[in-house]
Design a protein around this ligand. Structure first.
Ligand code: F6P
Length: 348
């Protein structure tokens, strides 16, 4: 039995009209990634798209972070745009460090493009500087929700940020490789790691990587103290020694090299330094960062649906938790005392 041609046409027109009407009524939500890329950002973008569409939002991606927002680089996203991205490092939306958002005219331009594109909520995936930018928009009336993402893990309001654990795994792999060459040639290595002003990566990687010493902003050990530790390691017969140095420590790898160069006899080991740099950001996200990206992405959509704006979505006590962006923008994550204690236990 074939449907009547005219009825069929009427039904099609009706369905088309409904789709157009629904699209017009759908709330439009935009997502951008900002600051240093972090493994797991793609998992968060994918979660925002899937969960957002399931909640009835029309999702738009903004290319190149806040710079793209100011320039109006919006594009509609659907699930096919985020197929296959979960396992990749970096961010498919691209990212920038945007100085312009620190200015009044930059903020005004960002607010203008959001209005032009009829965006009701903006989701900002990023770290400290990015969430400060998110707060600058929020306090000017934009509905913003942040998602905690930085390898540095220095954001206030979250126990852990997207990307940190994968970056630490990269450092662990490097420690293993350096130990192999150090042990073969009876050398000590300084391994400088990222983290900006925060020593979380250095502390975590140093502790679980079995480093002889850790130099971080949270542990203000003088070079002489590090030298004692290396000397003790040599005296008890170790064929190698690894010192993990945070880039933000008062004595970074270069400063320590200079000091040890002047005290070579007391050190005993021949010394080399390696700066790991951006390879820490480029690994495929591990299981924790993928799940964190998913959980925070979905939680951000739930917050948007409940109109719970002006917050950072982070991870506390094993679940998503929100913190006002006003607090995030004005605070650094407090140093973890238990990590500092552990670091001291193992530096003999
Ligand atoms: O914030 C992430 C981070 O990788 C820091 O650890 C590092 O200090 C900084 O970014 C490097 O910035 P850029 O990629 O702009 O050189």
């Amino acid at each position: 039995m074939f449907p009547h041609a005219n009825t069929d046409r009427l039904n099609q027109d009706h369905t088309h009209a409904m789709v157009v009407l629904m699209a017009a009524n759908m709330k439009r939500l935009a997502v951008l990634t900002s600051g240093g890329d972090a493994p797991g950002m793609n998992a968060a973008i994918r979660a925002v798209v899937h969960a957002g569409m399931a909640r009835g939002f029309a999702i738009h991606g903004i290319d190149h972070g806040f710079t793209g927002l100011i320039n109006g680089n919006f594009r509609a996203l659907d699930v096919s745009d985020v197929d296959g991205i979960i396992q990749h490092a970096g961010t498919v939306l691209g990212t920038t460090r945007c100085e312009a958002l620190r200015t009044e005219s930059g903020c005004a331009a960002a607010i203008r493009t959001l209005k032009e594109n009829e965006i009701s909520t903006l989701i900002v995936v990023g770290g400290n500087g990015s969430q400060t930018g998110a707060w600058e928009l929020a306090r000017r009336g934009v509905s913003v929700i942040g998602i905690a993402s930085t390898i540095d893990n220095d954001l206030f309001g979250t126990d852990i940020s997207i990307g940190a654990t994968t970056a630490i795994d990269v450092v662990l792999e490097a420690i293993g490789r350096l130990r192999a060459t150090a042990g073969s040639m009876r050398r000590a290595f300084l391994l400088e790691v990222m983290g900006r002003h925060c020593g979380y990566i250095a502390l975590m990687a140093g502790i679980v990587g079995g480093a002889e010493a850790i130099v971080a902003p949270e542990i203000n050990w003088e070079p002489a103290r590090i030298m004692q530790t290396l000397f003790a390691a040599h005296t008890r017969g170790k064929s190698h020694a690894i010192v993990v140095v945070a880039e933000g420590a008062s004595h970074n790898a270069q400063a320590l090299m200079n000091y040890f160069h002047d005290h070579a006899d007391a050190l005993q080991f021949e010394l080399r330094a390696t700066t790991l740099g951006h390879v820490q950001r480029g690994a495929a996200p591990g299981v924790f960062d993928r799940m964190l990206g998913i959980r925070l992405g979905v939680a951000a959509i739930e917050a948007a649906a409940e109109q719970h704006h002006g917050v950072l979505m982070g991870w506390r006590d094993g679940k998503p938790a929100s913190t006002p962006l006003a607090d995030v923008a004005n605070h650094a994550r407090p140093a973890d005392g238990s990590l500092i204690d552990l670091a001291k236990v193992f530096a003999m």
